[in-house]
Design a protein around this ligand. Structure first.
Ligand SMILES: Cc1cc2nc3c(=O)[nH]c(=O)nc-3n(C[C@H](O)[C@H](O)[C@H](O)COP(=O)(O)OP(=O)(O)OC[C@H]3O[C@@H](n4cnc5c(N)ncnc54)[C@H](O)[C@@H]3O)c2cc1C
Ligand code: SF4
Length: 567
């Protein structure tokens, strides 16, 4: 069957905060200028928001730039942050609250303090809000469509079209109706070519096309290796009497153990009280951990038993679960974001400010700047395909870039000096306006210690009230993939999991995957590697953390994957 082709001025891959902000801004400018512009967004989730998972405490600065009247338009920002506390969990029972004066400025979320991230200055754009990023994207999608953007949910971009001259000319969406053995079923539909003057890649953390483009155009030349975390989140309905809308708690320490014998694991947790009697609880585990026995999922489950967290959840009901990688390397690792005919934006590039664990506002800002750059080019009758280096200048003049610059030592300092030492470094660095010596981390996250040199970790069994197992968790992510399709988790060498990863690293895929996609089972007395790809929630951790770098995540048939509600 022939592949259909459609032409647009701009094709955007991914209906997340960066992609939808870019789409809205492009159309706003076109409408203001009275100029025809065709903009299309492809989204692999079954609907806009279905694959969006975030904390989220949201800084509305970029949103206010895009829609100054967002409140009148009904943007889902209903819960301003009213109380903000930071804790160090010392062990399974003890917690120490950090006095306000010792809390790094980047971790202040109430009122105006620090919310523009510029060290020592006050924000002018208002409070932070506890939001559902999924609902923010659903709302942004509605705004985009009202402005004239075409959104195609259920369509995954499978590859970039790069012509012989090395210019990105658009994307090809995935074929539909391909059977597990690669044959065409009765529902077969070849993917479409969506051709564009400019293509914006906004796939979020570890985008699979983004990864190919970074390699093809050498976008990360001279940068430190990118760093990642895996972030877990659950949504709980809690009793009215223990609900305090606008309460925001963050913390670090237990259960993660940054001593080397504990695997050198770092990270932090969050617990936010949103609207509708809901609490969002999560743990972010830095993927630089070294102990192959560490299970980020089990760390998260046991964390909820700490008395400080337990009292917010007890008597409540867990209603949603999910996990997603976070691109956290910041300015030291940010690749070049331009290439001929295309831009790499948001967490696909790595615009998140890890000092705040916030990336929605900076992803949106990258989308706004891209839209302004691309529209200026198209309005000047540019035929497309150029490398828009004007973007780099505009991006590096923006408040988002200043934020990333100011926090560039944050992650490396924690890797180097541990949670407490690194926290102290960052506190002083923020007070001095980033004057302490620059810290860098050039060790890629996938490097693990050998199993023989690592201590196994004995995790408590879930109690079914506060903590749960993987099968009941994946159930709450509403994940669905048609089983009769090729596995989208590609092994470069199918023998590596059993021949190398099992003896050397006790095959860590069994533990780092948050939903148990990877199993080592015994068949006829021999270990076999099994991939239950139907359960994949598209977090991308396997693509990052496999010690042999043998797993490549590619997009499955569009519409598959989690169906997150208000995550
Ligand atoms: C647990 C957790 C907590 C967080 N907490 C906060 C917080 O409190 N505040 C904050 O500001 N930030 C937070 N973040 C970070 C924030 O969520 C991200 O920085 C932000 O979502 C990045 O936006 P994006 O548009 O770059 O990508 P995403 O939000 O990841 O959106 C990408 C979209 O592209 C789609 N897509 C990907 N590949 C394809 C493809 N090939 N074809 C079609 N569609 C595709 C995806 O399905 C998705 O819808 C948190 C993240 C996590 C995981
Ligand atoms: S298979 Fe990979 S991408 Fe899918 S849920 Fe597991 S770790 Fe995440």
């Amino acid at each position: 069957m022939e592949r259909e082709a459609m032409d647009f001025d701009v094709v955007i891959v991914g209906a997340g905060p960066s992609g939808l902000s870019a789409a809205c801004r492009l159309m706003q400018q076109a409408n203001e200028a009275g100029r025809e512009l065709s903009v299309c967004v492809v989204e692999k989730g079954s609907e806009v928001g279905a694959h969006i998972l975030s904390g989220a405490v949201f800084e509305p600065r970029a949103l206010t730039e895009l829609f100054p009247d967002w409140a009148e338009r009904g943007a889902p920002l209903n819960t301003p942050v009213l109380r903000d506390e930071l804790y160090l969990l010392k062990d399974a029972a003890k917690a120490q609250k950090l006095p306000n004066a010792l809390v790094p400025k980047s971790m202040h979320n109430t009122g105006h303090a620090g919310s523009n991230g510029a060290i020592g200055s006050n924000d002018t754009s208002g409070s932070n809000y506890v939001i559902s990023a999924g609902n923010l994207c659903r709302w942004l999608g509605e705004q985009a469509e009202a402005l004239g953007v075409e959104i195609f949910p259920g369509f995954a971009a499978q590859q970039a079209i790069v012509d012989d001259a090395g210019i990105v000319r658009g994307i090809i969406t995935g074929d539909m109706g391909v059977a597990a053995d690669g044959s065409e079923t009765a529902n077969y539909m070849p993917g479409m070519e969506l051709r564009a003057k400019y293509t914006l890649f906004c796939e979020g953390a570890r985008g699979h096309i983004g990864k190919q483009l970074i390699s093809r155009f050498d976008l990360d030349a001279g940068r430190d290796p990118q760093h990642y975390a895996i972030g877990f989140k659950e949504l709980w309905d809690v009793p009215a009497e223990q609900h305090e809308p606008g309460l925001v708690l963050h913390g670090s320490g237990w259960p993660l153990d940054d001593k080397d014998h504990g695997g050198g694991s770092h990270g932090g947790w969050f617990l936010y009280h949103g609207d509708d009697q809901q609490v969002m609880v999560g743990l972010i585990v830095d993927l630089a951990y070294r102990n192959p026995y560490l299970s980020p999922f089990d760390e998260f489950q046991r964390m909820k038993h700490h008395p400080l967290l337990k009292r917010h959840l007890e008597g409540g009901k867990r209603v949603a679960y999910g996990a997603r990688a976070i691109t956290k390397g910041g300015a030291n690792c940010l690749p070049k974001m331009t290439m001929p005919g295309a831009l790499l934006l948001g967490c696909d590039a790595g615009t998140l400010n890890f000092a705040k664990i916030k990336g929605i506002h900076t992803a949106m800002k990258s989308g706004l700047i891209a839209a302004e750059t691309v529209f200026t080019a198209i309005a000047a009758d540019d035929e497309g395909g150029k490398e828009l280096s004007e973007f780099t200048h505009a991006w590096e003049s923006s408040w988002a870039w200043q934020e990333l610059q100011a926090s560039r030592s944050f992650g490396p300092a924690i890797h180097k000096f541990g949670t407490v030492g690194g926290g102290a470094f960052n506190f002083v660095d923020q007070w001095l306006g980033g004057k302490l010596p620059l810290q860098r981390d050039t060790t890629p996250d996938h490097q693990l210690k050998k199993a023989a040199e690592s201590a196994p970790i004995d995790y408590p069994k879930p109690d079914g009230k506060l903590s749960f197992d993987k099968p009941s968790s994946v159930f709450l992510s509403n994940t669905n993939h048609d089983e009769n399709q090729p596995c989208h988790l590609k092994l470069s060498d199918p023998d590596i999991p059993i021949a190398r990863n099992l003896p050397e690293y006790a095959e860590p895929a069994q533990r780092y995957c948050p939903v148990g996609v990877y199993e080592v089972v015994e068949e006829a007395g021999e270990p076999q590697f099994r991939i239950n790809f139907q359960n994949c929630i598209h977090c991308k951790t396997c693509d990052i953390k496999d010690p042999s770098q043998n797993i490549t995540w590619v997009a499955p048939e569009g519409g598959g994957g989690p169906n997150y509600p208000n995550m």
